[in-house]
Write a protein that binds this ligand. Structure first.
Ligand code: PMP
Length: 299
């Protein structure tokens, strides 16, 4: 069965899901997106992702013609039509078709695409082994240039850091802001563990307000941990007990080495693994059901 993709109000076969080369998402990265996961037939934190999508749209003055309610239904329907239970959803809203100038007024209607497909995740081995990362020399966009809280289609800043990391043969890169404070990974938020504290940079430094980041902050008390926002620099990373990255795709992934220096004892830490376990348990407990009737029958 070919995947069915939502494209501007219709579901079309993957082969026919085509967007114009005049679309400003393609020409200028003018648009926004979300990455969402489905666990056991339930969409995890769907409302939070939709809130962030509509906030990103406001941030770039982009009108989404679909109401939040209709968007939610369309996301659920896309997963249902593709009969997926473990999946990754990519929701994209671009400025739409215009001309070769950047003027967004030339784009009459935004383009909305919803894709849902099987997810390819890090192998379990990665969680047991942990990641080797570097601090990128490419600094994160300053929020007064392009605010990192906007999940925009323009990822070149992160991609430049990613290229540095690939050239060094490493697993990820962590980005600083112009004052040398830690901001985030190329596609994840970052946490430093110090004793019972989970420290993460405040998003006003230029980081995305990650849904996984917030979930970890919410889970901390039940694990006997205290989550706090803190201004951190590379030194804090080098002397951390543990470090981990958070993201919808990666979940909670341990970092064992930064710039060739072992973090803690150079192995995935106990706190990180406890957070990962609690996070995974939660993904199986909550979420918006895609197949409510079938699921009710199964219970
Ligand atoms: N920062 C960036 C730059 C990202 O692209 C992502 C992935 N969406 C994250 C952080 C993590 O966000 P979330 O937990 O919402 O996936």
């Amino acid at each position: 069965m070919s995947l069915e993709i939502y494209l501007n109000g219709d579901w079309v076969a993957k082969e026919n899901a085509k967007v114009s080369i005049w679309d400003h998402g393609f020409l200028y990265g003018d648009g926004i997106f979300e990455g969402i996961r489905v666990y056991g037939g339930r969409i995890f934190k769907l409302d939070e992702h939709l809130e962030r999508l509509y906030a990103s749209a406001k941030g770039i003055d982009l009108a989404i013609l679909l109401s939040k309610g209709k968007m939610k239904e369309s996301v659920i329907e896309t997963v249902r039509r593709n009969q997926l239970t473990e999946a990754y959803i990519r929701l994209i809203v671009s400025r739409g078709t215009g001309d070769l100038g950047i003027d967004p007024r030339k784009c009459r209607e935004s383009t909305v695409v919803i894709m849902a497909d099987k997810i390819s995740v890090y192998p379990e081995e990665t969680y047991r082994r942990g990641l080797k990362v570097m601090i990128a020399s490419t600094r994160r966009n300053p929020p007064d240039s392009l605010n990192g809280r906007i999940k925009s289609l323009n990822y070149l800043n992160n991609i430049l850091a990613k290229i540095e990391q690939i050239k060094q043969g490493l697993d990820e890169a962590i980005m600083l802001n112009h004052d040398g404070y830690l901001v985030e990974g190329t596609v994840e938020n970052v946490f430093v563990v110090k004793g019972k504290k989970l420290l993460t940079p405040p998003c006003y430094l230029g980081a995305l307000e990650g849904i996984t980041r917030q979930t970890v902050i919410d889970l901390a008390p039940q694990l006997g941990l205290v989550a706090e926002e803190a201004l951190l620099n590379s030194h804090d990373l080098y002397i951390a007990d543990e470090c981990f990255l958070t993201g919808t795709g990666a979940e909670i992934v341990p970092v064992i080495e930064v710039d060739g220096r072992g973090v803690g004892d150079g192995k995935p830490g106990k706190v990180t693994l406890a957070v990962l376990e609690a996070y995974r348990a939660l993904t199986r407990q909550i979420g918006v059901p895609v197949y409510p009737k079938e699921q009710a029958k199964a219970v």
